[in-house]
Design a binder for this molecule. Structure first.
Ligand SMILES: Cc1ncc(COP(=O)(O)O)c(C=O)c1O
Length: 391
């Protein structure tokens, strides 16, 4: 059934294509929810993949939005404003002003800096709007603000009549395989929330926590996700502060729903090395931690049953020697016209690449859901010159 859908999509595409499977996505969010303590909420960090937002509206509680572009996509797809967390280290002032001024906006803003806080307060006073904020605690990087800054704001919270301080946001990195690291973070956050209570009588309603749950992409990685989730869930239950937890995650929700298909367009043997050239490339498929095809992601020949185990270096279509996607893949007998399928490409893969390098076309995006195909984006040609008069 799924194969028919994939075949149908491939028959419509000349070039590489991304396909996201919303059935897999729903199963994935259900699995994460089932593994976590009962009343934990899920916030999807849309940067991981903006094409699947609509499919997630019924499965997650919130969407974390980090740019005006992400906000535009969410608005167009009908994400209710109460499900929006407007986040990000740079919040374009005009967009923030417009959002704060909108009395119908019922979402939350994160506070990433003292300047952002000033701007939010200024706009909320100017327009007489009530706003809800999460103060982002830094992880010793350019993101968020220090503990002392948060304490200072919380100690003076009654001065900001229009502002509801709903709690703390914290994110410290992605692909966190170490439960020990998560334990340290949870202990730190728990102690900090307790300190805000003891020192300032402030009871945070909410902790929005970006856990950076990991995804296994490569052959040979053995990661027991069930055990990891069970340990993490227990750690959350052990927190002393009884704060509502929202998990803010992207990769772990989105990765497994994606497949990337690329056609082999040429084959050759240079100096005893077999090369399969394909119409995609490293500008369109980025796996976390992948560099010069040092590791082998989950991929296979799609168009026919494999014959033999002849090995191929799979290269993309960029004029760059770096554009090797897989080394020595045992694909067997292949020829131009065959199709390769890369798995686990639902998070970041389609957007983190340098897609304008070589000015190649941007691939189409399709979603399959409950037996149906939706075209989400047509493939399009790129031309970086967008002024009409410069020729
Ligand atoms: C603030 C914030 N939250 C959540 C995420 C999502 O991280 P992940 O995809 O590892 O879950 C990111 C990723 O960069 C982030 O910056």
């Amino acid at each position: 059934m799924k194969t028919e859908l994939y075949d149908s999509i491939l028959s419509r595409c000349e070039g590489a294509v991304y396909v996201f499977d919303a059935d897999v996505l729903r199963e994935r969010t259900a699995k994460i929810r089932a593994a976590m303590p009962e009343n934990v909420s899920l916030c999807y960090a849309v940067k991981a993949n903006t094409f699947i937002i609509k499919e997630l509206i019924g499965s997650v509680d919130r969407f974390e939005i980090c740019s005006p572009g992400e906000e535009r996509i969410c608005e167009r797809l009908g994400v209710p404003s109460e499900m929006m967390v407007i986040s990000g280290v740079y919040k374009t002032p005009s967009v923030i002003e417009k959002t704060v001024a909108d009395k119908g906006f019922a979402g939350t803003f994160t506070v990433e800096s003292l300047l952002q806080f000033e701007q939010l307060c200024e706009y909320s006073q100017k327009y007489g709007s009530n706003i809800r904020v999460l103060l982002r605690l830094t992880n010793d990087s350019q993101f968020g603000i220090n503990e002392e800054d948060i304490e200072n704001i919380i100690s003076r919270r009654t001065e900001y009549g229009n502002v509801e301080f709903s709690g703390i946001q914290y994110f410290s990195g992605t692909q966190k395989t170490s439960v020990k690291k998560l334990r340290r973070e949870i202990e730190k956050l728990d102690a900090f929330l307790a300190c805000l209570g003891e020192k300032y009588g402030y009871v945070a309603k909410e902790l929005e926590y970006g856990t950076g749950f990991p995804v296994s992409y490569y052959e040979g990685e053995d990661f027991d996700e069930d055990d990891y989730f069970a340990t993490f869930s227990k750690m959350l239950c052990g927190m002393k502060t009884k704060v509502h937890i929202t998990l803010e995650i992207g990769r772990s929700i989105a990765a497994s729903c994606g497949k990337y298909f690329t056609h082999i367009v040429d084959t050759k043997c240079n100096k005893e090395q077999n090369y399969a050239l394909c119409d995609g490339g490293m500008h369109q498929i980025v796996y976390f931690g992948q560099y010069m095809a040092m590791k082998r992601p989950s991929m296979s020949l799609y168009s026919k049953a494999p014959q033999g185990d002849k090995k191929w270096n799979v290269c993309g279509s960029l004029c760059s020697m770096n554009d090797i996607i897989v080394k020595e893949a045992p694909l067997g007998e292949i020829e131009a016209g065959d199709v390769l399928c890369f798995n686990n490409t639902g998070a970041y893969c389609p957007t983190e690449g340098m897609s304008l390098f070589l000015s190649r076309d941007i691939p189409a995006v399709y979603i399959i859901s409950r037996g149906k195909i939706s075209e989400v984006r047509k493939a399009f040609e790129t031309c970086a010159l967008n002024t009409p008069d410069y020729n």
